[in-house]
Ligand binder design. Structure first.
Ligand SMILES: CC(=O)SCCNC(=O)CCNC(=O)[C@H](O)C(C)(C)COP(=O)(O)OP(=O)(O)OC[C@H]1O[C@@H](n2cnc3c(N)ncnc32)[C@H](O)[C@@H]1OP(=O)(O)O
Ligand SMILES: O=C(O)CCC(=O)C(=O)O
Ligand SMILES: [Zn+2]
Length: 441
């Protein structure tokens, strides 16, 4: 069962009929709820590391680094790469031109204010499209640009018609959409849709929206415009990935991301986090379209460029994202990784790790290590050896070498016919652990 059908715009759509009629055991139990509006199996990524990401506090990308990142994003398979406004600085304009000349597969966009001055500069850079934005909430109308809705309508139409006349894509977005008046929003989107904008954008600029609010707004908008719908979610309240997913469920077509989520304040929907969510919901689409095994390399490139570490709990690539520690987990994982893993690390070129050096370790994990070490021990002996390991793990943290040497010593001891209960365990400083235990008692 492929689960997808080709659509007119070349993007495969989820084939819900195929999913519904497939034999039960071949269905993906985590597949999205069937809904004809949903684009969970047919979305596009607008990758904004080189625009929103440049707004991250630590970011400074020179031309060479921008080109390296743009090529890596292209190789990963993102659909669009969004670049900083050419109106920001002379170098920003030159870098935009340079990236347009690379001949990448991804379409190149630049992001500008809703103003003819910016639009005139943008269309001269060689971009495939222009993303235009203007704040529509009362906060931004009053304290940012100071313009009313009538001005926004008039300028938006003027900019859209101008960019369209140059034969390139144009997207119109309201900034701070979730704190804007719904009637204002729908009427401006309806007007820009009527003049042929390619996409409208909804932006949760302050990260205030919840998934349910996102679903409601996008679903309503889907009934008002016929063009594509792009969405942009900040992560101030921790909902950026969930909001992106809900937007797709409600009919959004494009999601903005940045590598590691970098952007203003604590950033936006991270590319890797979105991949984690989507590979579970639409595995065939995601694995067929994006080079998932390049994610780690891409994240390392950006992390190094902006001088941050990859967080320990990062989606997919965090150092312990596929580490299983507690004995109950380790046993089941060794039998079948799906017991405690919703994502297959191999899809991302990553290997899982079964931890076996703590007081939480169980005998099944030790048995597996004994086998890796090519030693011959019965289950009973593995259990006894596990008890020895726990004894030492109660005193201090253990590493792999500690455990291996206990296993080897135990193995030697029993093979020599010794009584396992008499085995003394070495401590970090070489003292037998049993002696230490007596001293501290
Ligand atoms: C939510 C977002 O992330 S939107 C994207 C943000 N990106 C950027 O800001 C790109 C980098 N920015 C810059 O380099 C500069 O801010 C520039 C070149 C765009 C403007 O610089 P300046 O002219 O010095 O103005 P400054 O940055 O102080 O203030 C922003 C100006 O843009 C105006 N403005 C803000 N948003 C918009 C908009 N959507 N459409 C039109 N004008 C706008 C403001 O009114 C203000 O104009 P003012 O000179 O009349 O006060
Ligand atoms: O252009 C957009 O849709 C988003 C602009 C932005 O970065 C924001 O509103 O946070
Ligand atoms: Zn943003």
């Amino acid at each position: 069962m492929s689960g997808t059908i080709a659509s007119a715009n070349g993007v495969d759509k989820t084939d819900y009929k195929a999913i519904a009629t497939a034999p039960l055991n071949s269905r993906n139990p985590y597949a999205p709820v069937p809904d004809f509006l949903s684009n969970v199996g047919s979305f596009q990524i607008i990758e904004s590391t080189l625009r929103e990401g440049e707004q991250f506090a630590n970011a400074f990308f020179d031309t060479a680094k921008k080109i390296e990142i743009a090529k890596a994003l292209d190789d990963f398979g993102v659909d669009y790469i969004e670049l900083t406004s050419p109106a920001a600085s002379e170098q920003s304009r030159a870098d935009c031109e340079a990236i347009c000349k690379l001949g990448l597969k991804a379409k190149i966009l630049t992001h500008i204010r809703c103003h003819m001055d910016d639009a005139r500069i943008a269309v001269e850079t060689g971009v495939d499209g222009v993303d235009v934005v203007i704040g529509t909430s009362s906060f931004l109308r009053e304290h940012s640009h100071g313009k009313d809705m009538a001005y926004i309508h008039k300028t938006a139409i003027e900019v859209i018609e101008f960019v369209k006349s140059k034969g390139i894509e144009i997207r119109f977005s309201s900034e701070d959409s979730f704190r804007s008046d719904l009637v204002d929003l729908l009427s401006i989107y309806k007007a820009v849709d009527k003049v042929g904008v390619n996409r409208v954008g909804i932006a949760d600029t302050v990260g205030c929206a919840s998934p349910r609010q996102v679903y409601d707004l996008i679903r309503t908008l889907r009934g008002v415009v016929s063009c594509d719908i792009e969405t942009h979610f900040h992560n101030d309240t921790g909902c950026a990935i969930a909001n992106a997913y809900c937007a797709l469920e409600a009919g959004a077509t494009h999601i903005d991301t940045s590598v590691l989520g970098i952007g203003e304040r604590n950033g936006i929907t991270p590319l890797g986090g979105l991949m984690a969510r989507m590979v579970v919901a639409a595995p065939e689409y995601v694995k067929g379209k994006y080079k998932l095994h390049k994610l780690k390399e891409l994240e390392n490139l950006v992390a190094e460029a902006v001088e941050v570490n990859i967080p320990f709990n990062n989606y997919i690539t965090g150092f312990c994202a596929f580490t299983h520690k507690a004995g109950i987990h380790a046993k089941a994982i060794l039998n079948n990784p799906s017991t405690y893993e919703i994502i297959n690390p191999a899809d991302f070129g990553i290997t899982r790790y079964v931890h076996f050096a703590s007081r939480l370790t169980g005998w099944n994990a030790i048995k597996s290590r004994v086998e890796q070490l090519n030693l011959d021990m019965t289950d009973e002996q593995c259990k006894e050896c596990t008890a020895k390991i726990k004894q030492l793990a109660d005193i201090r943290p253990l590493n792999v070498d500690d455990v291996d040497s206990i296993i080897r010593q135990y193995h030697l001891h029993i093979k020599a016919g010794g009584d396992p209960t008499e085995l003394e365990l070495p401590d970090a400083d070489g003292e037998p652990a049993a002696k230490k235990l007596k001293q501290s008692a």
